[in-house]
Design a protein around this ligand. Structure first.
Ligand code: ADE
Length: 252
């Protein structure tokens, strides 16, 4: 496969099925308990996969995309819980950088720093992220959004005019479902916009391999006691459409 293949991953089928359904000339490969869909989106060669949930699953999947499929860039797409008060369900967060909030080798190293790497924050590709911001803004413009998602599906989440945010995403192996978890993270890392379970692991592997990457997350819940209900219905009704539209726009 040529070196300009892009790896696209989500954590769960609902985050990538909308993209897999659009692939042209697709071939399926099973490696290490994952199914990789290789094909084309427009003129762009891609490999699409869902990693399953958590940092280990995501890191193993990214390593396979890099070593077996020789992808030269990685895009992670999925949902997240909103942490910052400005971030609402239905908004999209594009990471400028990512941090592993559950890494703590203190007192040997400062909390959140990855030991022996000496890094806490991993930067995404700046230009690719900025281009994506513009593309997502145009998808979320309300007249456009209503063309792709039913108004009735948006209403239960009170989604009216969703926004795009650029900033820090925090990742760790916990689903946030209490205010206590949320407030604890807000206190420790006040700049964090949203929380999820894979992005910063993808970021670390891409950094170590010197591969550019972006992380795009739609807010499915408010990372509090209603999170599990909101998450389930959001991924069933909305995230597949968001994922498909964002990726289509990227390769249009
Ligand atoms: N992904 C989507 N919602 C989440 C939450 N509340 N906690 C962790 N990851 C998430």
């Amino acid at each position: 496969m040529s070196t300009d293949t892009i790896g696209i991953l989500g954590a769960i089928p609902q985050e990538v099925n909308g993209i897999i359904n659009q692939l042209i000339d697709s071939k399926v490969h099973t490696i290490g308990n994952r199914t990789y869909y290789e094909g084309k989106l427009g003129q762009q060669r891609v490999v699409v996969v869902y990693s399953r949930i958590g940092k280990v699953a995501a890191a193993a999947t990214v390593a396979t995309l890099l070593l077996e499929f020789r992808v030269s860039k990685i895009a992670f797409i999925g949902v997240a819980g909103g942490i910052h008060p400005d971030v609402k369900v239905g908004d999209v967060v594009i990471a400028t950088n990512l941090v592993q909030y559950d890494m703590d080798a203190s007192p040997l190293r400062p909390k959140f720093e990855i030991p022996l790497l000496g890094k806490t924050y991993f930067d995404t590709d700046e230009q690719w992220s900025k281009n994506t911001e513009k593309q997502v803004q145009s998808i979320l413009a309300i007249d456009n959004l209503h063309k792709v998602v039913n108004k009735e599906d948006l209403a239960p989440f009170s989604i009216e005019q969703p926004r795009v945010h650029m900033g820090t995403i925090a990742s760790g192996d916990q689903f946030f479902s209490t205010n206590e978890q949320k407030e604890n993270l807000q206190k420790q890392l006040p700049e964090v916009l949203c929380v999820e379970m894979e992005g910063a692991a993808v970021a670390q592997v891409c950094f170590e391999f010197g591969v550019p990457f972006i992380v795009i997350r739609t807010i499915s819940d408010n990372a509090n006691q209603e999170a599990s209900f909101s998450f389930q219905s959001f991924v069933e009704k909305i995230s597949l459409v968001y994922g498909r539209e964002i990726i289509n726009k990227m390769f249009a």
